[in-house]
Design a protein around this ligand. Structure first.
Ligand code: AMP
Ligand code: ZN
Length: 494
C-alpha cells in the first residue's frame, strides 16, 4: 500500500488562504507545474530558494508514493523588462549587450541554471518545455480566447479583455484584489496605447522593427505575452485542470492571476486546484533580485568570494539553511545564519555516521514509531521542513543517549531509526552525505594556497621577475583560477 494512503497531507492553498487536505484529480497521480526561470542572467540564491522549495514538494510527493509529473518551464522569450507590457525583451536586451544571438543567451543561462540546481541536489523536472518551442500552441490558444470573446486585436497586437472577463469571473481571485480598486488606482491610458483598459494584458505583441525575437501569426510578426506560455505548457502536459501550480510569491500578481483568467477564458475551467507560493530570500532585509543587484550568486557562495560571507559554504549547507525555514516565510541570508546551519548540519551528519557503531539491547526505552510519525506529521502539515528538522534533532539526542548508554534501543528499532533518518535527510530534504566540514576545509585550503601563490607572484614582480609572475598567473588560469589586479591588491575567483 502506498504511503499516501496512511498519511494525510495538507497544502496551504493560496487560492483559499487555508490549509486543505490534498486530493489529486486522479488517485495516485499528481500533476505539478512550477514557473521556471527567465534565462537572461545567472540564477541568484533567491531563485534557488524557490526551486529548492518546490524540489522539497516534488520529493515528498514522490516519497509518499505518488506518481508525479513535474513540469517546469524555461522562459526564453516574451518576458519584457520590469515585467511590463512594453519595452525590450530581457533576453534580446542581453543579446544586444553581449553581442551574441538571443539563443546563445538562452543556452548560456539555461546551462548555468541546470548546473547550479544540480549542485543543490535538486531533482530535474519530468518535462522542461520552453516558450519558443510552443509558439504554435500559444497562437492556437489566443485564437480560442478571441473566439470565446475574451480577447481583441488592436494594431497587430492581441489583448485580454479583463473588464469583460470580470463580468462573469473574478479577476483578482488569487491575489484578493477587486477590479474596481485596481481601476481606481490606475492612471489613464496613454494616447498611444492600443488597449481598451489599462488592466488588459497582452496575449500577442506586434514586434517593433528593432525587436529581433519575432514569429509570424495571424495578427502580425510578433511575440507572445509573458503570461501565456505557462497556460499553454501546463495545459499541454498536465491537462486543462491539474493539481498543483507553484512559483515565487512575487508571481502571484499579475502572472498567476492572468494564468487563471487565460485558462478559464480558453477552456471554461479553473485550471489549478492548489496554488502554492514560496516566499522570498532577502539580503539585508531586502528581496534578492537580479534587477537591483541585491543578490548573491551561488558560485560566490561556494567559493566564499563575496563581501557578505566570511568563508565559503557548500551547497548542502545552503540547502539545509533554506530548509530550516518554512517555504512560506521570508528568510534573510546572513553569515551568522549560515554558520549556525553548518554546525547543525554537521551534528546531524555525525549522528547518522554514529548509528552503525551503536550497541543495541533487548528492550527499547524509546518509541521510534511515534517519533517517525511526528516527522510525517511535520511534512504533512504543508511541508513544514523546520519542524521536521527539529524532529531529526530529537533523533540526534536519542542516538547520543544510546551511545552514552543512557537509553536502550533494540536492533529492530535502530534499523527503523536509521532507515527513517536516511529517508528524511537524503530522499525528502535532498541533503547530501558529503561531510560539510570536509568540503569547507577543501575550499579553504585551496584559497590559502592561491593566496600564497599571489604573494610569491607579487614578490617576483617586485624583483622584476615578470616571467615567474606570468607563469604563476597563467598556471592558475589554466586551472580555472583567475587573478585580478586592482588598487587594493590582487584578488581571485575560483
Ligand atoms: P525569474 O527568473 O525572475 O522569473 O525568477 C524565477 C523564480 O525565482 C520565480 O519563481 C521567482 O518568484 C523566484 N524568485 C525571484 N527572486 C526571489 C527571491 N529573492 N527569493 C525567492 N524566490 C525568488
Ligand atoms: Zn509562469
Amino acid at each position: 500500500m502506498p504511503l499516501y494512503e496512511n498519511q494525510e497531507l495538507k497544502i496551504y492553498n493560496s487560492l483559499s488562504g487555508e490549509k486543505e487536505v490534498f486530493k489529486p484529480l486522479t488517485d495516485g497521480y499528481v500533476g505539478m507545474y512550477v514557473c521556471g526561470p527567465t534565462v537572461y542572467s545567472n540564477v541568484h540564491l533567491g531563485n534557488c530558494r524557490t526551486f529548492i522549495s518546490f524540489d522539497l514538494v516534488f520529493r515528498y510527493l514522490k516519497h509518499l508514493g505518488y506518481k508525479v509529473r513535474y513540469v517546469r518551464n524555461i522562459t526564453d522569450a516574451g518576458h519584457l523588462e520590469n515585467d511590463a507590457e512594453t519595452g525590450e525583451d530581457r533576453i534580446a536586451k542581453k543579446a544586444r549587450i553581449e553581442e551574441i544571438e538571443p539563443m546563445e543567451v538562452v543556452q548560456k543561462y539555461t546551462v548555468d541554471f541546470h548546473t547550479i540546481l544540480q549542485k543543490f541536489n535538486n531533482l530535474p523536472p519530468s518535462i522542461e518545455p520552453t516558450a519558443t518551442g510552443h509558439i504554435v500552441e500559444q497562437i492556437e490558444i489566443i485564437k480560442e480566447i478571441i473566439d470565446q470573446g475574451f480577447g481583441y486585436e488592436a494594431n497587430g497586437s492581441v489583448y485580454f479583455d479583463v473588464m469583460k472577463y470580470n463580468k462573469t469571473n473574478h479577476y483578482g481571485i488569487l491575489s484578493g484584489r477587486k477590479l474596481e480598486d485596481m481601476i481606481a488606482n490606475t492612471r489613464e491610458l496613454t494616447a498611444q496605447s492600443d488597449k481598451k483598459n489599462p488592466q488588459d494584458f497582452a496575449l500577442w505583441k506586434k514586434a517593433e522593427p528593432q525587436h529581433i525575437m519575432r514569429w509570424p501569426s495571424p495578427w502580425s510578426d510578433g511575440f507572445p505575452g509573458w503570461h501565456l506560455e505557462c497556460t499553454v505548457m501546463s495545459s499541454k502536459y498536465l491537462g486543462k485542470e491539474f493539481d498543483i501550480h507553484g512559483g515565487g510569491m512575487d508571481l502571484k500578481f499579475p502572472h498567476h492571476e492572468c494564468e487563471i483568467a487565460q485558462g478559464q477564458a480558453a477552456n471554461g475551467k479553473n485550471p489549478v486546484n492548489y496554488w502554492m507560493h514560496a516566499n522570498m530570500l532577502t539580503l539585508n532585509g531586502k528581496k534578492m533580485a537580479k534587477s537591483t543587484g541585491n543578490n548573491i550568486l551561488p558560485s560566490d557562495l561556494f567559493s566564499g568570494n563575496n563581501d557578505v560571507l566570511s568563508k565559503s559554504y557548500s551547497p548542502s549547507i545552503a540547502r539545509f539553511f533554506m530548509l530550516q525555514a518554512n517555504y512560506r516565510s521570508i528568510l534573510d541570508f546572513s553569515d551568522e545564519a549560515l554558520t549556525a546551519a553548518e554546525k547543525g548540519f554537521q551534528k546531524l551528519m555525525d549522528a547518522v555516521a554514529l548509528i552503525p557503531k551503536l550497541e543495541t539491547s533487548a528492550n527499547s526505552s524509546i518509541n521510534i514509531s511515534e517519533w517517525k510519525q511526528k516527522c510525517y506529521d511535520a511534512m504533512n502539515d504543508d511541508f513544514n521542513s523546520p519542524v521536521l528538522i527539529a524532529n531529526l534533532f530529537d533523533a540526534v539526542k536519542i542516538i547520543n543517549a544510546v551511545e552514552a548508554k543512557k537509553t536502550n534501543i533494540t536492533p529492530e528499532d535502530l534499523t527503523e531509526l536509521e532507515n527513517s533518518l536516511h529517508a528524511f535527510i537524503f530522499d525528502v530534504l535532498g541533503l547530501e552525505a558529503v561531510s560539510a566540514l570536509e568540503n569547507n576545509q577543501d575550499s579553504e585550503r585551496l584559497a590559502n594556497v592561491v593566496e600564497l601563490l599571489i604573494q610569491l607572484r607579487a614578490k617576483a614582480r617586485a624583483n622584476r621577475d615578470f616571467a615567474t609572475g606570468d607563469k604563476i598567473r597563467d598556471g592558475l588560469a589554466a586551472n580555472g583560477i583567475q587573478l585580478k589586479d586592482g588598487k587594493e591588491g590582487t584578488s581571485f575567483s575560483l
